[in-house]
Design a protein around this ligand. Structure first.
Ligand code: KG4
Ligand code: ZN
Length: 342
């Protein structure tokens, strides 16, 4: 039986998992750092790195014990090598290097974004390439064409905020706490999505790129007007964001005529309103729709182990560097108005 150990530490989840060659999750543990970061309203890199350093080694030991296996039973050790908060990435990658060296097991340095991009195949092995991928997380908001492992063509990105970031900022404006995405979704259930008129940035543009900074500012102004309740603001924000995503994807799909599957991955893919809208969009286009279960949308180590399974046979040298930035499509053109985000 193929067995890969996965390690994830690029943001605020410390995670380890063992995944087999068929995508079976043999064991997994995950520790979120929500409590540590909540007082600051966002992830503090230094606190995150220290928490990973404290928790990761015992967690890996625990996962191996849960499965009743040892490191030498693993065919590879896959660890996130970027992009992400560099202190945390280094903790995970250096741990993986040490374990690989000690057990003479191949190291696979995984791009965290590839972990998200391939996660739908972990959840459902019948999903085949090529597929259209909406990758929406706290740091990224992209539309990609996925032709195979390592074959990504970026069709769209955000010129300012990522979608998860917009959810987090909206939560902060509304005083809903951290992490923001799940809080906005929860509160939005009590609100009217048509109550607050909000802009749909980029809608109608011929290029499929995203922009969410203006939407966030509009939420702030609407909140400061004192005329709206938090549930109405949350629901209206969420609806505006979903309308943007659907419009942008419609444009991107025009250039993917031969693609039969639409996939969503990344933390925001856990959002039920987003999933429902994409399912309708896929149906409109006669496409199959796939989304991993919510627990595999947010950061986890099973998706990193799975990326390792998909890359089995390859290995990376022990001097490979941790990368704060690591675009999935290195050939993608910079977008006018975009900052440094990959
Ligand atoms: O993929 P992820 O766990 O970490 C990154 O790689 O960034 O994504 C985290 C992002 C956060 O911005 C979080 O607020 C958002 O995903 N998120 C959600 C939901 N769950 C997580 N956004 C909207 N609705 C949710 N249910
Ligand atoms: Zn992520």
């Amino acid at each position: 039986m193929v067995l890969v150990l996965g390690i994830e530490s690029s943001c605020d989840e410390t995670a380890a998992a063992l995944v087999d060659g068929e995508g079976g999750i043999v064991a997994q543990r995950i520790a979120s750092q929500d409590a540590e970061h909540a007082p600051y309203g966002g992830v503090v890199p230094e606190i995150a790195a220290r928490a990973h350093a404290e928790r990761l080694a015992p967690m890996i030991e625990g996962v191996l014990a849960d499965a009743g296996v040892s490191l030498t039973d693993c065919d590879a050790i896959a660890a996130t090598a970027g992009p992400g908060l560099i202190g945390g990435v280094m903790v995970g990658l250096v741990s993986a290097k040490a374990l690989a060296m000690a057990s003479d097991t191949p190291l696979i340095a995984v791009n965290h974004l590839e972990g998200h991009a391939l996660s739908p195949r972990l959840a459902d092995s019948s999903i085949e390439f090529p597929y259209a991928l909406l990758l929406v997380s706290g740091g990224h908001c992209q539309i990609l064409r996925v032709d195979g492992v390592g074959q990504y063509k970026r069709l769209a990105t955000t010129i300012d905020d990522a979608l998860g970031e917009a959810f987090d900022k909206t939560a902060k404006i509304l005083g809903l706490g951290f992490p923001g995405g799940p809080a906005v979704e929860r509160v939005a259930k009590e609100g009217d999505p048509t109550a607050v008129p909000l802009p749909r940035p980029m809608v109608g543009s011929g290029e499929p790129h995203f922009s969410f900074a203006g939407l966030k500012s509009a939420v702030l102004r609407a909140h400061e007007s004192g005329k709206h309740t938090a549930p109405d603001l949350a629901a209206s924000f969420q609806q505006a964001a979903v309308d943007c995503v659907v419009d942008r994807l419609r444009i991107a799909l025009e250039s993917m005529d031969d693609v039969e599957t639409l996939v969503v991955a990344g933390g925001v893919a856990a959002n039920a309103t987003v999933r429902a809208a994409l399912e309708r969009l896929a149906a409109d286009h006669g496409m199959r729709f796939a989304a991993p279960p919510p627990a595999l949308c947010t950061d986890n180590a099973a998706m990193i182990a799975w990326a390792g399974v998909e890359r089995l046979g390859q290995s990376d040298p022990l001097d490979i560097a941790a990368r704060p930035r690591w675009p999935l499509d290195p050939d993608a053109e910079p977008v006018r108005g975009a900052g440094v985000k990959a």
